[in-house]
Design a protein around this ligand. Sequence first.
Ligand code: ZN
Length: 238
Amino acid sequence: MPKPEENCPKCMGTGHIEKVSEGPHPPVFERCSCVVHKDVIANVERGMPGLSKFSKIEKSGFIEKLNENLWITAGNNFLRHLRHVMIRQPPSYFFKVVSDAELVTAWLSSISLKGGEIHDADAYMVSTRFMTIPDLVVPPDLVILRMGVKVARNSAAPEVLAEAINTRFHEGKPTWVWDEPSHPLNSGHLFWSGDVARTLTHFERIQKKSSSKVSQSNTSTTATISSVSGSGSRKSLR
Ligand SMILES: [Zn+2]
């Protein structure tokens, strides 16, 4: 539970404000926005440590894509969009940025649980706690798969990625696959395979055009995603 702002002009540091209501019933209190805001920041940091620190942008078309499967090729600027979108979600919204390296680690864990032998340079990262791919990717409302983190080669990498995506698909939950223009997900990528390619054909493709704009390429008109209305229906905190 976050602490209220001591000098908050709305709640005077109590963390709650009286709801304006008509009629003679006992007063109803709700949590002050200063507390809710801290909750939101904590939630953003749970989804990806450090994300709330990225700089502000005015709007992002991604805010309307929360329920879509997206394949996004963009540089680090994408994280500013992600911050923009997630800071506008309620604290109960569960999103998680999962790296390709974490996927392989989870897969290796499940092998070691079955008593198998591990051949991977990243095997030292395999934790003893129970964490399989479904454990990792099923719970969140939205998973953002961050590609390009894993460097050590593992021949199972593409299967692991396809399994993660298909598991989400099976659960009926959206996934954003994010690769970088400098290291695109294609035949030269550690996680690429025909299966992965087939899985991704169902994803809306969003490619970065320049350093400041991200564009959509699955339509004949290339609209910049930042020009798509990003007001959203939820009350924004910033
Ligand atoms: Zn307050």
